[in-house]
Design a protein around this ligand. Sequence first.
Ligand code: TRP
Length: 461
Amino acid sequence: MEEKSIGRFSSKIGVVLAAAGGAIGLGNIWKFPYVAGESGGGAFLIVYLICVLLFGVPLVMTEFIIGRKARKSAYGAFNAISGNKRWQWLGWWCIVSAYLIMGFYFVVTGWCCNYLYEAITNAFAGLDADGLSQHFVTITSSTPRVIICCVVPIILTSAVLWFGVQKGIERLSKILLPLLFVMMILMVIRVLMIDGSGKGLRFFFQTDFSLITPKVVMVALGQCFFSLSVGIGALITYGAYMPGEQNITSSSLQVAILDTLVAVLAGVIIFPAVFAFGFDPQEGPQLVFVVLPAIFQQMSFAWLSGVLFFILLLIAALTSTISLMEVAVASLCDASGNKLNRHQSVLLATGIVLVMVVLCVLSMTEKWEWLTIAGRNLFDCFDDLVTTIMMPIGALCMSLFVGWFMPSRNIDLVPYSQKSWKAKLRPVLIFALRWIVPVTILLILLNGLGLLDALIGLFKH
Ligand code: TRP
């Protein structure tokens, strides 16, 4: 009976595609290229890859382990495993983080909807880079328009969740993710045909080790957590729907590889275009919204390239919003003791998300300045709070939870029938989760809060 109240994925590949779909998102296509651009290109890429292997993969495994053992949402999983309520706050921590991420994530998804519409109607024809920059400001500050554009993906996401795990999430991921790959390959081919694309590739793949600073490492780690969707229980939720015989080691590696592949492909699409047309890779968050439309106009097949790119961005964003909102929906069912069914939970979660998104959008306008915190709008505050504090702390506590407080016999990585090398990884994983992952996250958090220097100073005396 208990098993029935929670959804199940029907196949192993369904889990990997849904989790990879959640991982692959704006973080890969919108954020990764501009962050890499600002942090030294190839140098950043190397640090990023190391972070994925050392911290990303163990944390993906951690969340899958917790979810599958507990068969509960982020809200109930820690209690179910520990058998007491001491870990309840971590469940709430995950839920609050999920809503905060959705607050700003849906805004950017809304921008994507707007840009797709404009690409289809050819609205940026004739605008140069300055014009497009101005256009971005105009669009993002026209409140009613942005709100309408945000409501579209919110409704689409809720509609998918309405149909449940197998008929909604799994079915859609199986269609959208392969489609995303095909479109990315088409874009890569298109970009490599541009004269002078080599310069961008060199920027992205050539490593100047002198550019690796503590700041770069911090940014790479934050980006790795965000991109792999770890630290807020999104993968706990999917882990709860995972078939019992699934191999967690292989699935986690597959998710990490697919996610990293898309980030690298996004770099391969964006940097050659940026360099070939003489733009600056350090353009920041506007990189894909300003530079790319400018570049598309100078290419043959301009209309098609623009439309294709923004469809790609939207698909990536939607599979991620689905995974984010599922954290909220599953937790609502759980927290209400299943008094709320899936449909009621979807409606309630959608309502809360709408309020968060509207607040975020309003705080970006001058009229609603009182909605800012220390002079920064809610969009920036949510983004910063979650990526620099809440996700790392969530990840830190989950790694301690599994490393120290979960009996190791409960850590099932590989089904008993498969005795491969992957089965021997358990002690390595536990060691990483006890020491390497938490200590590194702690150092980075302290450094981020400016406390590390103070501590070092203290020890010197
Ligand atoms: N990983 C997604 C991206 O790269 C965003 C995302 C989806 C996410 N679900 C998440 C981030 C859960 C953190 C936690 O765009």
